[in-house]
Design a protein around this ligand. Structure first.
Ligand code: ADP
Ligand code: GLC
Length: 481
């Protein structure tokens, strides 16, 4: 079964968040199940072709794509996802993809991803490669179902192609002016209030995908339910309810080779559920590096995140000073909105002996903090799946989360009476509830034996792609039948 996996970020080439991790690992798992996977990705200027062993396809060059009144050409490069035989095609168009970062606020953001989507289909045509399934991801690939239905239906190559849209975050909807329809080469007949392309008078790529894809998936069972409600649907709950029977919630897996405390190449000591002591050596190492006074009874709370409203920073800020009166160290790694970056910088200035931050993106440090910390804070307002809590569980770093989306599916609140739970969670999106939950975790932390049991429950759980990739495989197969 030929499967095209269209994505705008993919680890290890380019990453802003969890979509990259999924794109770098799910196709590998599906390939093992027997799919012939091909990943399609823009060739951003940050992706180094030589370092990644990519080579340009010499047979087809300067392929034209018309976006509105402009025509630009592209070449495509080929590579292989590390430790696999999954081919990756990189769409190379410097005009659109040399911007220093994958996503921008530039006024041609619509054109950039219209170009990408058309270029993917043009590449498949050049290669005479007929996909049984095109798995789209997020709004940047939301027009593909329309293209397959309307613009490319003349081509035998796509006669049996079925489309799936995977929603990783309903908050990013690709909203543009209605005039973008012309640039996309789509029919205005489908633009009317409440219709396939219209959302609050704008043209939404995500809505177009939700409307026309043959099937929809999202990244956890709980989020699949949530996005059909007004509270979490971000204006798309209506169309999602309409497509309810075609919407599947499949929990993301993690790459258990990359995120493995036994083999992790970024941490100074490796450890496992059977030999957990080395974890404390990493903690000590990082605390010394941070210049703090080491006290083994004081836990480290880690926080690694894109700094956006979604991640619940607004629940932390109002109780931050109270939080810092507690016996904790905090290690924060993040980048994003300026107000949050400034907040963590000020916090580090105020609490030099217990709070350390790194503003920016740093893959190595994300592994180090995940391994060194005792607890991981993730108070998201909404969280489609969340990978950090699963990485933390695997590293014996007990998550403290808000019970929402995929966090509710993966983190189970500890209760002293039932001997269960792999973390701590709270429901009310209130700062003082977060504070109380941290206090609850600190209290249990004092009981070393009990704490270790909680850690081990997380470390021993299976978060690999094995089960979830099979779920994708099954829905592909049903769709093709
Ligand atoms: P989201 O995709 O919403 O950002 P996820 O939990 O699914 O949330 O995935 C986030 C991914 O991005 C994780 O792999 C996390 O380690 C990584 N990450 C987030 N911020 C940073 C950062 N500043 N430096 C390095 N890695 C980061
Ligand atoms: C999105 C979501 C996150 C999810 C990731 C991968 O970025 O915010 O919860 O884990 O996609 O699916």
């Amino acid at each position: 079964m030929n499967v095209a996996f269209l994505t705008t970020e993919c680890f290890p080439y380019v990453k802003t968040g969890g979509l990259a991790d999924v794109s770098g690992s799910l196709p590998k798992a599906l390939q093992k199940l027997g799919c012939d996977m091909k990943v399609f990705l823009p060739l951003y200027d940050t992706i180094k072709t030589i370092d990644n062993g990519l080579y340009v396809n010499e047979e087809f060059k300067d392929i034209p794509v018309q976006v509105g009144d402009n025509t630009f050409t592209f070449n495509f490069w080929e590579g292989t996802l590390p430790d696999s035989d999954v081919t990756v095609y990189f769409i190379d168009c410097p005009h659109y993809f040399h911007r220093g970062k994958p996503y921008t606020d530039d006024k041609d953001e619509d054109e950039r991803f219209i170009f990408f989507q058309i270029a993917c289909l043009e590449t498949m045509q050049r290669l005479k490669w007929s996909p049984a399934i095109i798995n789209c991801n997020d709004w940047q690939t939301g027009l593909i179902p329309s293209y397959i239905k309307f613009n490319y239906n003349w081509d035998e190559l796509f006669k049996n192609t079925r489309t799936i849209l995977s929603i990783h975050n309903i908050g990013y909807q690709g909203r543009f002016a209605p005039s973008t329809l012309q640039k996309a080469g789509l029919n205005y007949d489908n633009f009317y209030p409440e219709g396939p392309y219209e959302l609050d008078s704008a043209f939404s790529f995500l809505k177009a995908g939700i409307w026309f894809a043959d099937l929809l998936t999202t990244v956890s069972p709980n989020y699949a339910k949530e996005i059909q409600t007004e509270e979490y649907g971000a204006g798309l709950e209506g169309v999602l309810q309409m497509r309810s029977k075609d919407l599947y919630g499949i929990l993301n897996g993690i790459d258990v080779d990359i995120w493995n405390p036994e083999k992790d190449i970024y941490i100074p000591y490796n450890y496992s559920a059977d030999k957990v002591d080395a974890k404390y050596k990493i903690k000590k190492h990082l605390i010394k590096e941070a210049g703090f006074k080491y006290d083994e009874n004081i836990p480290v709370i880690g926080l690694i995140t894109r700094l956006t409203g979604q991640k619940g920073l607004d629940l932390i800020m109002p109780v931050f000073h109270e939080l810092m009166q507690l016996p904790i160290y905090m290690m924060v790694l993040g980048s994003g909105e300026k107000k949050y970056e400034e907040f963590i910088e000020r916090a580090a200035d105020a609490y030099t002996d217990k709070f350390i931050e790194y503003v920016g993106y740093n893959n190595e440090l994300s592994h180090l903090i995940t391994a060194a910390a005792d607890m991981f804070l993730m108070p998201s307002l909404y969280e489609p799946c969340g990978l950090n809590q699963m990485y933390s569980l695997r590293y014996g770093t007990v998550p403290i989360v808000r019970k929402t989306g995929g966090l509710a599916d993966t983190v189970h609140d500890y209760h002293e009476h039932n001997n269960e739970g792999n973390g701590f969670s709270f429901e009310d999106a209130q700062p003082y509830v977060l504070l109380e939950t941290v206090k609850r975790a600190l209290h249990v932390y004092q009981d070393k034996k009990e704490w270790k049991k909680i850690m081990l429950r997380g470390m021993k759980a299976d978060f690999s792609w094995d089960k979830s990739a099979k779920e994708y495989y099954d829905i592909y197969e049903n769709l093709v039948k």
